[in-house]
Design a protein around this ligand. Structure first.
Ligand code: ATP
Ligand code: MG
Length: 567
C-alpha cells in the first residue's frame, strides 16, 4: 500500500521515465543516495539544439533532485578536437542557464588510469593486441545471425601483449598497425561484445596532453570508466547507446562494486524538421562556406539560435514540451518556433520599424513641428514602461499599407480613406505623386489634430491602424530575414541525395534601407529582443567592424510558413 502511494505521488509530480528511474534509485539508497550526472560533449564541433535536449536532462535532473552535474569533455580523439570548441561549449551551456561549478573534467585526465586498467586486463588475459588491419577485423565480425571469427592473434601470451601494448604507446608502430582488443566472445549475440577495440594508435598531438600518448581509448572503453572515476551515478545518454550498455557494464565492473556503480540510462534523441543534427554535416556547411560560421542564425547550433534571437527559456520550454521517451521521433520545427514566439511575446520591447518604406507627407502639419508620443514597451508586462517616439510632417509607412485602387476589404490607406497612425493621429489620404513608371513616390495626407492619441477625438472609429516612423528621425538599418535551412522536411532520411543539394536557396533574404524609430538604434545591443510591430521579432546582430546596423529576424509574428506549406 505504501508503495502504491509513492507511485501516485510521483505520477502527480509528472516525472518522466528517466526521472522516475533516478527517483527509485535514490529511494533505494543506491550509491549512498547520491545523484551525480554528467554532460559529455566531444569538443569536435559547436553544440546544437540536440545537445540542448541532453543538457536540459543532465543538468535539469540534477537540479530537480538536489544532485550535481559534471561537464566532461570527451576528448579521446585528438584529430578532430580543438580548444575553440571547448570554449564555445562552456559558453553555450552557461547561456542555457546551467552551471557545473568546479566540476569541469576531461576524459584525457583519465588516460593514465585507463592505460593502467588496460594493462591489468592484459595481465588477466582479458585483452590482446591484434596486428590485423581494421578491414580484416571488420571482415571477421560476423553478422547478427552468424558468429564472428577469432583473430589469429587472440591467444598471444600475456608477456607478448604487454610488450606490444607498451611499444604501441611508445610510438614504435604506425597508425592502424595494431589495436588492443578486449577478449570477450566472438559469438556473442551482441555485436559489441565480439572482441571490441579498446585502444588504437593515433599520432596526432592532443590539445591537452600533447604528444604524451600514442594510443587513445575508444569511446566504449573510456566512457563508463570515466563515469566511474568521476563518481557519476547516472550516465544519461541517447538511445543509440542501448546496444552499448552491456559493454558499458562489462568494463565498469572491472572497477565498481556494490557500494558504487554508475548506471547508463537512454532517452530518445532530438531530431528536428528542416535541419540536420549531425556534427559532421554541420562542420561541412561551415568549412565549405555554405553558411556564415557555426553561429549562422540559420544553423541549429545553440550559438546560431542565440544570434538569431531565440531565448534560453524558449529552448528549455520546448524541451519540456516534447519530453523524454524511449521512442525515436521527428519533432516539428514549428513547435520550437511556437515556444520562441511565446517567450518573445512576453519579453520583447514593442517598437516601430518600416521594412519597405514609402513617404507620407502630412500637408496640414507644420513644417518644423515635432511632437513626441508615448509608446508602451510591452502590453504583456506592466513593469516594462514606455518610451517616446517623435512625430513630424513626413513619415514612412509600409508600401504595402497603401493601395491606389484597393479591393473592398482593404482597410489600410487609400485615396480619400482614413487610417490611424498608431499612438498618434488619424490621417486621410488626399493624393499621390508618381514617378515616370507609375510607381508611387509620395503619398499626401491631412491629419485631424483632434484625434491625437489620448484626446476624445481619438475614439473615432477607423478600421486600419498602421505603424510608421518619422522620416526626419528615422535610422537606416539592414534586416536579415531567415527561413528554413533545408527545403525538405527530413534531409537525413533522403540517403540517396547529397544533403547540400537540399539546402533552401531562399534561407536568407537581405533587406537594406529599413527605417527604424530612433529608440531601436539607441538600444541596439546584441541580446536585446524587439517586436517590430506588425512585422516580427528582431534582434541586433553581433557587432561587426562597420557601423551599419544589422538586425536578424528571429521569427515572423505568425507562422505564415506552415500555412504556405498546407496550401
Ligand atoms: P559525435 O559523437 O558524432 O561527434 P554527438 O552528437 O554524439 O556527435 P557528443 O558531443 O558526443 O556529440 O554528444 C554529447 C552528448 O549529447 C551525448 O550524451 C549525446 O547523447 C547527446 N546528444 C547528441 N545529439 C543529441 C540529440 N540530437 N538529441 C539529444 N541528445 C543528443
Ligand atoms: Mg557522441
Amino acid at each position: 500500500m505504501a508503495e502504491k502511494e509513492t507511485e501516485e505521488t510521483n505520477e502527480s509530480k509528472g516525472l518522466n521515465f528517466v526521472e522516475q528511474l533516478v527517483f527509485d534509485d535514490l529511494q533505494a539508497g543506491k550509491n549512498g543516495g547520491r545523484l551525480n550526472t554528467r554532460f559529455p560533449p566531444e569538443p569536435n564541433g559547436y553544440l546544437h539544439i540536440g545537445h540542448a535536449k541532453a543538457i536540459c536532462m543532465d543538468f535539469g535532473i540534477a537540479e530537480k533532485f538536489g544532485g550535481t552535474c559534471n561537464l566532461r569533455f570527451d576528448d579521446t580523439n585528438p584529430v578532430k578536437e580543438d580548444v575553440e570548441y571547448v570554449d564555445s561549449i562552456r559558453e553555450d551551456i552557461h547561456w542555457l542557464g546551467f552551471d557545473w561549478g568546479d566540476r569541469e573534467y576531461y576524459a584525457s585526465d583519465y588516460f593514465p588510469q585507463l592505460f593502467d586498467l588496460a594493462v591489468r586486463m592484459i595481465r588477466e588475459g582479458k585483452a590482446y593486441v591484434d596486428d590485423q588491419t581494421s578491414e580484416q577485423i571488420a571482415a571477421q565480425k560476423g553478422t547478427p545471425t552468424e558468429p564472428g571469427q577469432e583473430s589469429p592473434y587472440r591467444n598471444r601470451s600475456v608477456e607478448e601483449n604487454l610488450d606490444l601494448f607498451e611499444r604501441m604507446n611508445k610510438g614504435e608502430f604506425e597508425e592502424g598497425a595494431r589495436v588492443l582488443r578486449a577478449k570477450i566472445d566472438m559469438a556473442s549475440d551482441n555485436m559489441h561484445f565480439r572482441d571490441p577495440i579498446m585502444y588504437r594508435i593515433i599520432k596526432h598531438p592532443h590539445h591537452r596532453t600533447g604528444t604524451k600518448w600514442n594510443v587513445y581509448p575508444m569511446y566504449d572503453f573510456a566512457h563508463g570508466q570515466s563515469d566511474y572515476f568521476e563518481g557519476v551515478t547516472h550516465s544519461i545518454c541517447t538511445l543509440e547507446f542501448v546496444p552499448h550498455r552491456p559493454l558499458y557494464e562489462y568494463f565498469v565492473k572491472e572497477l565498481a562494486d556494490e557500494s558504487y556503480c554508475p548506471r547508463q540510462i537512454e532517452f530518445n534523441r532530438l531530431n528536428l524538421t528542416y535541419t540536420v543534427m549531425s556534427k559532421r554535416k554541420l562542420l561541412q556547411l561551415v568549412k565549405e562556406g555554405l553558411v556564415d560560421g557555426w553561429d549562422d542564425p540559420r544553423m541549429p547550433t545553440i550559438s546560431g539560435m542565440r544570434r538569431r534571437g531565440y531565448t534560453p527559456k524558449s529552448i528549455r520550454n520546448f524541451m519540456d514540451r516534447i519530453g523524454y521517451t524511449k521512442y525515436e521521433a521527428l519533432n516539428s520545427m514549428s513547435l520550437l518556433e511556437h515556444a520562441v514566439r511565446e517567450d518573445l511575446n512576453a519579453v520583447s520591447t514593442r517598437v516601430m520599424a518600416v521594412m519597405n518604406p514609402v513617404k507620407v507627407v502630412i500637408t496640414n502639419y507644420p513644417e518644423d513641428m515635432v511632437e513626441t508620443v508615448s509608446m508602451e514597451n510591452n502590453p504583456e508586462d506592466s513593469t516594462a514602461g514606455s518610451h517616446e517616439m517623435p512625430f513630424s510632417r513626413e513619415i514612412y509607412i509600409e508600401r504595402d499599407d497603401f493601395m491606389e485602387n484597393p479591393p473592398k476589404k482593404f482597410f489600410r490607406l487609400a485615396p480619400d480613406k482614413e487610417v490611424r497612425l498608431k499612438g498618434a493621429y488619424i490621417i486621410k489620404c488626399t493624393g499621390v505623386k508618381k514617378d515616370a513608371d507609375g510607381n508611387v513616390e509620395e503619398i499626401y495626407c491631412t491629419y485631424d489634430p483632434d484625434t491625437r492619441s489620448g484626446l476624445p477625438g481619438s475614439m473615432r472609429k477607423v478600421k486600419g491602424t498602421l505603424h510608421w516612423v518619422s522620416a526626419r528621425h528615422a535610422v537606416d538599418a539592414t534586416a536579415r530575414l531567415y527561413d528554413r535551412l533545408f527545403e525538405v522536411e527530413n534531409p537525413a532520411a533522403e540517403t540517396d541525395r547529397d544533403f547540400r543539394e537540399m539546402l533552401n536557396p531562399d534561407s536568407l533574404k537581405i533587406q537594406e534601407g529599413i527605417k527604424l524609430e530612433p529608440y531601436i538604434a539607441q538600444h541596439a545591443v546584441p541580446g536585446t529582443h524587439f517586436q517590430f510591430q506588425r512585422i516580427g521579432y528582431f534582434t541586433p546582430d553581433k557587432s561587426s567592424a562597420s557601423d551599419a546596423l544589422v538586425f536578424n529576424r528571429t521569427i515572423a509574428l505568425k507562422d505564415s510558413w506552415e500555412k504556405e506549406k498546407n496550401k
